[in-house]
Design a protein around this ligand. Sequence first.
Ligand code: NCD
Length: 322
Amino acid sequence: MKTSAELQLDDDGRLRHLLTTEGMSRELLTEILDTAAQFAPVAGAPVKKVPLLRGRTVLNLFFEASTRTRTTFELAATRLSADVLNIDAQTSSTSKGETLFDMQRTLEAMQVDMFVIRHGSSGAAHFFAQHAAPGVSVLNAGDGRHAHPTQALLDMYTLRCHRPDISQLCVAIVGDLMHSRVARSDIHALRALGAREIRVIAPRTLMPSGIETLGVIPYTDMDRGLDGVDVVMLLRLQRERMRGSLLASPGEFHRAFGLTERRLAQLGSEALVMHPGPINRGVELAGDIAYSPQSLILQQVEHGIAIRMAVMAMIIGRGPTA
Ligand code: NCD
């Protein structure tokens, strides 16, 4: 069986689906970031539209809650002139017992060109890609704890805007490593771009065993882990994925692992703060830090549009009718 990394490329090594950043080459990753840079000015143009995907249909299929990912995928598709349908999976026919396989066949019968799927099960996007009809592409908007490739790509894009040479950077990813698809996708992307050092900081209960095999250095002490880092990527505590009590309390987590004003001051004014959102104020970070000059959080949201336009354009903008 093909891995996600193999399945997402066509025979010429070009993107056919986007499932994961794992195994993605530095060249392909850089090509996506460079393409996003070309699309970024569309957001500031008087007419925020280019005709690249005119006549194409993109279907957003979200089985889990989302604000920024769903909206920016929709904006990206509409700014490329595609027709976009949003299916709220809570009210879709899977709630009547239809399987994912049958739902996909049904939607393909409507001549959809691209599925954007978010699902609580790891592997859902891979499953869709495996069964996709010829010419139909699948974009993973987050599958369980597995991967969230467009988030990692927009994180790399945002980072590169401020620190063009990622190979110089020491980056710490902090918080709920156990349940975070964002962390996994960021680690693969940072490694592909050659980041100097990647640290992961979490309480023992939220640190996956064997995580060092991904090429990261684990810390269970926040102050030691933050010492000398250039970038702090914070993660939300994903309580919806936690079984049993893995944490004492949000307040205790904040004292031990939260980014407080004191910890930020110790990092120095050059350090950058990132978070995929949604943020939980007073848990992963002290409230005022989110909108401080060192925070890139809103830029991450903004860049999500250009990244998603780039990926869609690279995948279906070059088809026979492009
Ligand atoms: C993340 C997700 O859904 O994986 N959010 C996002 O897409 N911006 C992280 C999270 O929910 O905490």
